[in-house]
Design a protein around this ligand. Sequence first.
Ligand code: C2E
Ligand code: MG
Ligand code: MG
Length: 761
Amino acid sequence: MDSLLPAEDDPGPLTPFLSRLRTNAAEPALLAVLPVVAAFVLFRWFHFIADEPYWLYITLVLAAGASRVVYSALWAESRRRWHLGAYVGAAMAVIAVVAYSTGWGPILSIGFLFGAATALEVFGSKATVPCLVWTAVAMILGQLAIALHLAPTLIRRPLVHGVAALGLLGALFVIGLLGRADAAREASDAELRRSERRFAALVTSSSDIVIVADAGGVVTYASPAFESVLGYPSAEDQNLMADTLLHPEDQSGLTDIMGGAQGPSSTIHEEIRLRRADGDWLWFEAAITDLRTDPDVNGYVANLRDITRRKDAEERLAHSAVHDALTGLPNRTLILDRAHQMVARARRENLSVAALFVDLDNFKDINDTLGHEAGDRLLQAVAHRFEGMLRASDTVGRMGGDEFVVLTESVPMAAGPELVADRIRDVLREPFCIEGYDQVPLAISASVGIATGVRESANELLRDADIALYRAKAMGKDRWMMFEPAMQSAVLDRLELEMDLRSALEHHEFLLLYQPVFDLDSVRACGVEALLRWRHPTRGVLAPDEFIPSLEDTGLIVDVGHWVLTEACEQAAQWHRRGHALTMSVNVSMRQLEIDAFVDHVRGALSRSGLDPGSLILEVTETTLMRDTDATVSRLKALKELGVLVAVDDFGTGYSSLAYLRQFPVDALKIDRSFVAAMGDSAESVALVHTLVQLGRTLGIETLAEGIEEQWQLERLQGENCERGQGFLFSRPVDPGAIEALLTSTLSAASAVSSGTADTQ
Ligand code: C2E
Ligand code: MG
Ligand code: MG
């Protein structure tokens, strides 16, 4: 892998002397000694050299060869300064002895150049000075030997010394030149090595992968990141074809450049996938350059940057844009898209398609009673069941909240979608065991709206399924309904009603009637309940049942309720100022209690009107109270701190345990009128009313009976010691003026009622 790395300057550990000696002695170059010996013998034969004995020349040449083996082994590998000096000295000494033994001493000064060249090759330019010094020393000693007649000379004296001086100067000059050339080469080599090392460090330490492939696409070099990122062992040893790693879908860019489509030295930038050794695909940003015309490369160079994480993040983003975070199902956007495709295909190929809107019944109760986390888990479990139930060609998605959509294709027109709807309802019927809530297996049901058949657009198909769902819910939930055109008009009516309601508040179409509340003991009016009416521009005065559900659905109840509070407090304050100290009961819807601003609404209504908080009774239904969310409880407590009273409306109709009564700061129970009405039917019903009144007494809470229509009902309730009552027997809900009239006549009426002869309203 690291073939781009230049050799380091450090030669590594030194070999022991003896083994160096052996290696040097075995060098074939040493055999060159033999022709030299032969040459000397010949020269001697022809008297070209001094007439010394043959054995002397043979011995000298062989000794010169042997000594080179020894001093080379001793010092050539060493980096110590004096070893360098000793090597050069020994080399020059051997040359001097051989040269001066021939009688041609100074003429053979060329031999020193050979010695110097060898030393420079071995040690580099740092051998220059030792070579100069030892050459001079060797020649001076040689000349001394001639002068002292210790060495032969074929040139007569003193001429021989002049020749030596010239030869020495020449030799020193040439050695100096050689040394300088060496130094220059070394400097440029060092620079080259430095730059190579810098480049190598860049390539090897980078997390980017660099691959060089030959013209045929075989990898000839891969940087270390290739191994660490992709997990393949050194690629260049395996004749790896670059394109075998490439994802089949990403081949086209590579084919372009391999085919030379881009021209020489061109670079393409592509995002490609490469297979990792473990089989996973990684994303890379690749810059591939065609360097087939560059003789140093003769192939392609690819620079690859791992962008898998970025790609993953992009994919996750793209996925989350069209999927629901909670259940992982397609969200509204994707469902619409799929529905568009499905409807278009159905029109083209004459297939039949169906959209099913599924809404979980009473999901809000689960959310409110068990908490949002349990609600979320249930939705996940429902999604999971849907996925398990459908065919691959079906699509299931979550539109939001507890509403799911199923799109099915090619269902035979006859009974197909209905069967799917039945299956959906069946899988949901199986109780859900939610982790952390195992003790209560949740049984849920669902309402399903089905739209099927060819439509102009997907929107139409989905809208019709939604209308059918609305119908299924209106029919009492837990059923499926198939869309029929007539349903549309019902929905239009609802929409019209909602639009009218929006403008009703602005146009002062709401009004309040008041129904008096009587103290059953004295039979005197002690309070009133404010009851909302809507004076509809075309339909006349409407009762709350006809519009309050719509107000609640649209959230308009919050604004309307605020108006009711303000108006009722103002009215009560007015009566108080006129000396009628009546309590004012105001009905409060769940939706009002759900918002933070409600406590402020109450505080504002009280302070604007100046009504004593103790005269305001907020009526909350039992079911509202049972949605025991922390926020509701804390809001009720805040209201109690203001000093207002709280009554439980329609008491007895919820199927609550009575335990909650202890938990909430309640001041009165309003016994639902169905109990009062049933009192005549059986002894059990009387016993039930008795129990409810007793319960109030035990808890220290006042009881009030609703819907007293008959005299005997009043008497029975009086017999049970029920404190207060309200009903048509006393008065229907009436306008404020009628209440005042009634109050002034209360005394006589009361005595009449208690004697059983009055005909109250
Ligand atoms: P509720 O709070 O239980 O009010 C008592 C209902 O019983 C009134 O109906 C009243 O007219 C009726 N009623 C009283 N005495 C008798 C009787 O002797 N016999 C019979 N059969 N009925 C009697 P209404 O005015 O139609 O109100 C119906 C419901 O609408 C109320 O029930 C209350 O839950 C709701 N509502 C009324 N006004 C408001 C309001 O301002 N805000 C909210 N959130 N709900 C309101
Ligand atoms: Mg009420
Ligand atoms: Mg009631």
